[in-house]
Design a protein around this ligand. Structure first.
Ligand code: HEM
Length: 230
């Protein structure tokens, strides 16, 4: 497939001082839960991690309890289902890859935990993939069960357009346009792939600052020690 140019958008998490945006991440969580989670897992994220998005313990327990997770074996050696708790991870939508493919016309919806890292320029790619569905150009013959997408490599993707205007009802009243939901879920999944990004960037600045001061100090000490020798 030919290379597709991915346009860049402005993200609050870009750059040396980039930070996340909790309102957008919370809306993105809602999009993931109500839309993407029907087909895509998020197996590396635990409910307790949602504290990063500003939820308190009570809210996290409520979210977790919406899910059924597999546990066991019990005393009889049987696996069983129970309500999710804060220490559980998001349960997968399908039992295994074969079941996932069977439900999706043979295509495999990848786990989204690390998707913004697994694809080049992942955050920009994800946003444009979600907003990039179009009518195929006249000279393109579409394969069965495929949808034309301007940004998917090869342009034919087995994922039907997942976002339709108004498909979620945002708790904070933000209008749920396709672009808004795509942006919000990109914020959420960028955090999921690198939850410690803010701490990493702050640490980076501290290290550089320390090295600058330390360099100045060493230079001053060097001048003092060798002062008698010119
Ligand atoms: C593929 C995201 C909803 C089914 C993908 C890919 C991403 C993605 C990033 C990988 C594209 C690539 O390989 O570069 C999302 C997001 C969703 C969503 C963020 C929610 C907003 C859904 C839903 C379904 C679905 C609801 C099922 C009804 C698939 C399938 C593939 C796929 C089957 C594999 C496509 C192929 O390889 O041709 N999705 N998805 N997705 N998704 Fe989704």
């Amino acid at each position: 497939a030919e290379e597709v140019e991915i346009p860049s958008r402005d993200w609050s998490f870009d750059g040396l001082f980039g930070t996340f945006d909790r309102a957008k991440q919370q809306r993105g969580l809602q999009v993931y839960r109500e839309v993407c989670a029907a087909c895509h897992g998020l197996r590396l994220v635990s409910f307790r991690n949602l504290a990063d998005l500003g939820y308190n313990e009570e809210e996290i327990r409520t979210i977790a309890a919406d899910y059924q997770v597999e546990d066991g074996p019990d005393g009889d050696g049987e696996m069983f289902m129970r309500d999710g708790s804060a220490s559980d991870r998001f349960p997968p939508p399908f039992a295994n890859e074969n079941a996932a493919r069977a439900a999706n016309g043979g295509a495999y919806p990848p786990d989204l935990s690390l998707i913004t890292k697994a694809r080049a320029d992942g955050s920009n790619y994800l946003y444009h993939l979600l907003t990039g569905y179009q009518d195929p150009p006249a000279d393109v013959e579409m394969m069965d069960g495929m949808y034309y997408n301007a940004y998917f490599p090869g342009h034919q993707i087995a994922m039907a357009p997942p976002l339709m205007e108004g498909v979620v009802d945002y708790a904070d009243g933000t209008p749920a346009t396709v672009s808004q939901m795509a942006e919000d879920v990109t914020y959420f999944l960028t955090w999921a792939a690198e939850p410690h990004m803010e701490a990493r960037k702050i640490m980076g600045m501290k290290v550089i600052l320390f090295l600058l001061i330390f360099t100045g100090l060493l230079y001053a000490v060097k001048r003092k020690i060798w002062a008698d020798l010119h």
